[in-house]
Design a protein. Structure first.
Length: 369
């Protein structure tokens, strides 16, 4: 009996280790991918049809053949655990092309309502290779929720567009050129998370960005860090974050409209080349609130102005902030960086005015609320 039991256990373990399931046909009926049949190998581009739910169990590995992607017009519910994470990556280390969530085309005689379904990922790891996929998670007119997830090595980690809404909490994005790209008319809530070893966070739609740690922005070209580039309506609320070790500016206000509100409040900026880079042309165009931030050590200057700063006399007003031992005069005149062609800040048409300085605070710590 003991020998039979041991043999049974051995065969079961062997089958689990060597089990694998190839997926090569579109998914048009509800199904569940189980750990017992894992890994699931995606042989070619996979389509998940509207009104179809794919459940992925904890511990499942999803492996993509070279240059293969998944297009989801249905719904994915992938719930791993801290000990049994779900893995998305290339098969045998191949590059793959990510997950594209899009709204189904609605026929008048056959209504489809999948656009409101919430796609859910918990305790999931998405792993690319050599700055690929180009878009790891791309959402167009769809809803996605990510919790306790990791995204490693890609070109763009999360891109939202055309009324998409993404909620991300307790995730870590690292080694991605563009961790976030929020495009016009879309929304992203990104909180209690970490971004590291990246280049550019590009914000063109509405975002709630709070209680995050953003570090090690690596310059590629003239811009890096978190950049506001809004050409339509939208609100960006950036509060209670820590921005550290940016090789260029940690925050750049590049382009806005009169319909934008930008709130930069209660953040810590430390050890950046420049904390803020502000467009003289566009910083006054929107409602721009800079309040109660801690601006600590910097390499070049705390604030840098660029873009048509001599076009018209104007003043950019900042509320009360902490500038680490600097007086108001030093912030406004001595350490405000201007182009080398302008020797005297008094001849600079656009000026910075600081409403007041906050009292010296305790040494900053990384916030993980």
């Amino acid at each position: 009996m003991n020998i039979q039991l041991l043999t049974c256990l051995f065969l079961t373990t062997f089958s689990l280790i060597h089990a694998q399931t190839y997926i090569s046909e579109p998914i048009s009926d509800n199904q569940t991918w189980t750990r017992q049949k894992s890994p699931y190998i995606i042989a070619n581009d996979l389509f998940i049809a509207p009104n179809t739910v794919l459940n992925i169990e904890a511990g499942v590995r999803v492996l993509f053949s070279s240059e293969v992607k998944m297009q989801i017009e249905g719904q994915i519910i992938a719930k791993g655990t801290a000990k049994k994470k779900i893995i998305f990556e290339g098969f045998n280390g191949h590059q793959w092309q990510g997950l594209f969530f899009r709204r189904a085309v609605v026929a008048h005689d056959n209504p489809i309502f999948t656009d409101t379904a919430m796609n859910i990922f918990e305790h999931t790891v998405f792993r690319g290779k050599k700055w690929n996929p180009i878009h790891l998670i791309q959402a167009e007119n769809r809803n996605i929720k990510l919790q306790h997830c990791e995204i490693i090595d890609c070109q763009t980690a999360i891109q939202t567009e055309k009324q998409a809404r993404v909620i991300a909490k307790n995730i870590h994005i690292r080694q991605c050129y563009r961790p976030l790209h929020v495009r016009i008319t879309s929304q992203l809530t990104f909180s209690h998370s970490q971004i590291s070893d990246y280049t550019l966070l590009l914000i063109g739609g509405s975002i709630i960005f709070n209680h995050n740690i953003v570090k090690n922005a690596l310059s590629r070209g003239s811009h890096s860090g978190l950049m506001i580039w809004m050409t339509g309506g939208g609100v960006a609320t950036i509060e209670n974050n820590t921005f550290i070790n940016a090789n260029n500016a940690a925050f750049t206000l590049y382009k806005t409209t009169k319909r934008n509100t930008i709130v930069l409040k209660n953040n810590i900026f430390k050890n950046n080349k420049t904390h803020l880079a502000l467009s003289c042309e566009f910083a006054k165009r929107c409602k721009f609130i800079v309040q109660n931030n801690d601006f600590y050590e910097f390499e070049s200057c705390p604030i840098e102005l660029f873009d048509n700063c001599q076009a018209a006399k104007d003043t950019i007003m900042l509320d009360s902030n902490y500038f680490h031992k600097l007086t108001v005069d030093e912030v406004q005149h001595k350490l405000l960086k201007v182009p080398d062609t302008i020797a005297d800040l008094q001849n600079y048409s656009t000026q910075i005015r600081v409403k007041g300085l906050l009292q010296r605070r305790n040494k900053p710590t990384l916030r993980r609320d």
